[in-house]
Design a protein around this ligand. Structure first.
Ligand code: CMP
Length: 138
């Protein structure tokens, strides 16, 4: 059993795809064990995406993820990290396999509908970031 962090980004929230995306997780054996809707501040977003701070797209990434509300979930299941990444599809929706979340709901590499932890190690850090004082209850 693994846990991974999922973020439904402002584009998908705004377009009304929260339910569609959660349904995909649930029908693919990823159980939602924690969830909240938040509007990240610039400071929170910069901390969450600190790993990308030297990348040329960092400012655009921060501007986009703080542009509206997001839905943050902890997903639990067998191989949850890899399973979630498979369901999301490639970062760039133009390269995402048909039937994946990004192929279906994303518009661009910035407005790409979802974020998912890229490793078990980062999943732990990301779950801690959003649900730090509630871990014992999960
Ligand atoms: P996400 O999984 O949230 O992780 C970092 C985000 O940066 C990524 O999804 C994309 O939305 C965004 N991004 C923008 N440009 C790039 C790029 N060239 N390579 C990777 N990620 C990018």
């Amino acid at each position: 059993m693994e846990r991974t962090l999922s973020i439904i980004k402002p584009d998908a929230v705004e377009k009304g795809h929260i339910g569609d995306i959660l349904k995909i997780f649930e029908t693919n054996n990823l159980k939602i064990v924690a969830m909240k809707m938040v509007h990240l501040s610039t400071q929170e977003a910069e901390q969450f995406y600190a790993i990308h701070k030297e990348r040329p797209f960092f400012r655009d990434l921060i501007d986009f993820i703080t542009s509206g509300r997001v839905v943050v979930s902890v997903l639990e299941g067998e191989n949850a990290v890899a399973k979630n990444r498979e369901l999301m599809g490639a970062t760039n929706p133009q390269e995402a396999a048909p039937g994946t979340i990004r192929a279906e709901f994303a518009d661009s590499i910035d407005a790409n509908a979802v974020h998912g932890s890229d490793s078990l190690e980062n999943a732990k850090i990301e779950v801690e970031f959003f649900f730090n004082n509630q871990l014992a209850a999960l």
